[in-house]
Write a protein of this length. Structure first.
Ligand code: 0WD
Ligand code: CA
Length: 380
């Protein structure tokens, strides 16, 4: 691989190919006016069943059933006995999103395409979770990331590569951590009904293979985006706004007992919650606050649009505009670097806390992620 090393991202530092070598993540550089972010539009959805099979429909969509203010849900119930855990050593990369694209090509090939433009009519295809990591980068001090990018028929596909540190974390989780990962899914089961006229079934099996994903299209400044994100449930009201406006994101968090805990919640957790739900236009976040024994002692709703006001009292807190401007500049950086249209060529972008974003180029390597079935079908 050709390693490009730390050089500041400034037009004067651009090399002979017109692309900068690296991108700074310093938050001060991104305190500009809020960039244009078009209201995300749902263009489709898909479901993954208990065996992780793909279906081009909403069969796994669940319905929100409002709990009481202090429901006392026991999140430990059913751990081990009624729990089927997805194998997270299996890397699915963009495969499910690509399956959705093949099944719905007509829905995204918008109107007349000029011959020079991309075949899909979007600049980027990725998972929402990957964009969440980009948005929170200027404030992240713990975990780095690696994002692989390939250009194919004018569209840039972005797929995460697990860092060495993340792999070590995943392989050395304590029994307590393993159980606490279950708690979030158990909370969903207490709140979600399978049918619009149904009630939640806390006696059922929690299977983390099952998922309902929305696919949205939007634009950040001059970047046309298509991405998919997992959605926990929707409100039952049939007169609710159309998706994604009817979706609800569910979260669990440790109960807040001290001012320090409240400050940390605002500074770190609400940043991640805001970024994740703002991206696809999910308006409501419902949080279950649990004690050390996994009992939900309080439930609180956080409207996504109110979060940035909520945090303004924190000294030196995060700002949505910094997140969005950094994402805009990162996508411009990727566009300037990922020039060769070749699905077997991967530009691997890496970032570690207190460092710049850098990249390396890999041809026909372990990082190639666009599968032959996708390339063949798209070329026919
Ligand atoms: O291969 C990978 N490295 C990843 C795959 C990383 C992230 C996601 N995925 C895939 C999975 O197929 C999953 O079904 O993405 C889907 C979810 O995508 P997303 O919405 O873009 O991911 P994100 O916003 O990070 O997570 C949304 C929810 C999580 O809920 P909470 O409330 O904890 O944020 O998706 C679940 C989790 O419930 N989730 C995952 N499910 C399966 N595989 C994964 C994962 N790797 N990460 C989060
Ligand atoms: Ca969730």
């Amino acid at each position: 691989a050709d390693y490009k090393t730390n050089k500041r991202h400034r037009s004067s530092d651009e090399g002979q190919h017109g692309a900068a070598e690296s991108l700074s993540a310093h938050r001060q550089l991104y305190e500009r006016h809020f960039p244009l972010y078009k209201q995300p539009v749902e263009v489709g959805c898909f479901s993954l069943d208990s065996r992780r099979s793909f279906f081009n429909d909403h069969r796994q969509l669940r319905y929100y059933v409002q709990p009481t203010k202090s429901p006392g849900f026991n999140l430990r119930d059913g751990y081990t006995s009624r729990f089927v855990k997805r194998d997270d050593s299996v890397k699915e990369k963009l495969d499910h999103v690509l399956k959705w694209i093949l099944a719905n090509r007509d829905k995204i090939q918008t109107r007349v395409q000029p011959p020079s433009s991309s075949a899909l009519g979007v600049d980027f295809v990725t998972w929402r979770g990957h964009l969440t990591k980009v948005l929170t980068t200027p404030y992240e001090t713990q975990e780095g990331w690696m994002l692989a990018a390939s250009r194919f028929r004018g569209t840039i596909y972005i797929s995460e590569v697990e860092t060495e540190a993340a792999r070590v974390n995943r392989e050395t989780r304590s029994e307590r951590q393993e159980e606490m990962m279950y708690w979030g899914y158990k909370f969903e089961q207490y709140i979600c009904a399978d049918d619009v006229d149904g009630t939640p079934d806390p006696g059922g099996v929690v299977n983390t293979n099952e998922a309902f994903c929305t696919v949205v299209q939007t634009r950040l400044a001059d970047h046309k985006l298509l991405f998919s994100g997992e959605v926990d449930c929707r409100v039952k009201d049939p007169d609710a706004p159309p998706a994604p406006g009817c979706y609800v994101e569910l979260k669990t968090s440790a109960e807040i007992c001290t001012p320090k805990q409240r400050s940390n919640f605002h500074r770190y957790k609400l940043l991640k919650w805001w970024a994740q739900s703002f991206l696809p236009g999910v308006p409501q976040i419902v949080a279950g606050f649990r004690d050390h024994d996994g009992i939900v002692v309080a439930v609180e709703a956080f409207p996504t649009s109110k979060i940035s006001q909520l945090i303004k009292n924190e000294y030196n807190c995060w700002k949505p505009t910094v997140c969005m401007n950094f994402c805009n500049d990162f996508l411009s950086f990727v566009k300037s670097v990922v020039k060769e249209d070749n699905p077997r060529l991967v530009y691997l972008f890496s970032w570690d806390p207190h460092r710049d974003v850098t990249y390396a180029v890999h041809r026909d390597s372990q990082y190639t992620f666009l599968p032959d079935w996708y390339i063949q079908d798209m070329s026919s």
